[in-house]
Write a protein that binds this ligand. Structure first.
Ligand code: AKG
Ligand code: FE2
Length: 313
């Protein structure tokens, strides 16, 4: 397997908490995944005009948060209209992209372990005019752990946001701030003490970077990194993205999705096409694990009749 990233990418992620890798995915992979997005989110229409709720004052923040003439963005339910957990009713392309072997390799290198688990994977399509996608800077640790981020990034986790359409500044790229610019723990202290702190938001804006890039671009970041979604302003524009989060196996402090909770979803789409290594990311024991006995093998085969279990027996 040819690596799609360098040691510099891993070092940048470790040091700054965020790194962008353009062209991580190939044209063929992008095309197949984008086609699956049309299957799971059919008939969505992008508008010619962006929705800017803050200017219209429809949502408005409770506080008069003027930020260089514009109010501070906000995370709203409307931004998540086309947002779904794996597995999906579509081909294996989208179903397996969050455990692509090169992504697993990236997560292993970043977290300094060979044993990683996927704990979040969501497809997310955004269309111009569907919502005002502008968010305030935040860290994701709030819904990835019940406490706070560790000082050791390997004890936290790695989130990938992957774009499967070209993303310019007009297509709502994720904006982020490097740890060394946000003063890291001081920044988090300010965030925890006062979530809607306009002064803090202004400070962060001075350092914001963009993950904009062609389809296939990967943004890797940590749960302690300030970032925000931005609005789609391109007439008729849309952004297809996938999130994929990994943690070190056995790290009970990090969580989000309990895969069996989604038992009614089409898991066969994953079992019938994934390698043992990919399935292991969901917690399926590897071939040779004591879990696998004659009984468990035959029962699992009954549950997923088309799963090729030859490597397990
Ligand atoms: O969609 C994006 O670019 C980022 C969204 C985000 O950070 C969030 O909803 O937590
Ligand atoms: Fe976020």
């Amino acid at each position: 397997m040819t690596s799609r990233f360098t040691n510099e990418h891993i070092e940048a992620w470790r040091k700054e908490g965020a790194v962008v890798v353009p062209e991580f995915f190939s044209g063929k992979e992008i095309k197949a995944v984008a086609k699956d997005f049309e299957v799971i989110f059919p008939g969505r229409k992008a508008a010619a005009k962006a929705l800017n709720k803050k200017q219209k004052g429809e949502i408005g923040n409770k506080l008069p948060l003027q930020l260089s003439g514009k109010q501070m963005g906000k995370t709203t339910m409307e931004q998540f209209q086309n947002f779904e957990n794996i597995p999906f009713d579509c081909s294996s392309s989208l179903n397996l992209i969050s455990v692509h072997p090169n992504l697993i390799e990236f997560a292993r290198a970043a977290l300094g372990t060979s044993d990683v688990r996927l704990y979040q994977a969501q497809a997310w399509a955004k269309f111009t005019g569907e919502a005002d996608f502008d968010q305030a800077f935040h860290c994701d640790f709030g819904n990835h752990t019940l406490t706070v981020p560790s000082e050791d990034e390997c004890l936290n986790s790695i989130t990938f946001i992957i774009y499967f359409t070209d993303v310019t500044e007009a297509h709502g790229p994720t904006h982020y701030v490097n740890r060394s610019d946000s003063n890291h723990f001081d920044g988090m202290r300010r965030f925890l003490e006062k979530r809607e702190d306009l002064e803090h938001q202004k400070d962060l804006r001075n350092f914001e970077r963009s993950a904009a890039g062609p389809a296939g671009t990967l943004l890797a970041y940590g749960i302690d990194v300030f970032h925000r979604g931005t609005n789609l302003t391109e007439p008729g524009g849309y952004r297809y993205a996938m999130t994929s989060c990994f943690k070190k196996a056995g790290n009970d402090g990090i969580g989000y999705t309990a895969w069996p909770w989604h038992f009614a979803k089409p898991w066969h789409n994953i079992f019938e096409h994934a390698t043992p290594d990919q399935l292991n990311c969901f917690g399926v024991p590897l071939p040779g694990d004591p879990f696998w006995t004659e009984e468990t093998l035959s029962l699992a085969q009954l549950r997923y009749p088309k799963w090729d279990m030859s490597e397990y027996s």
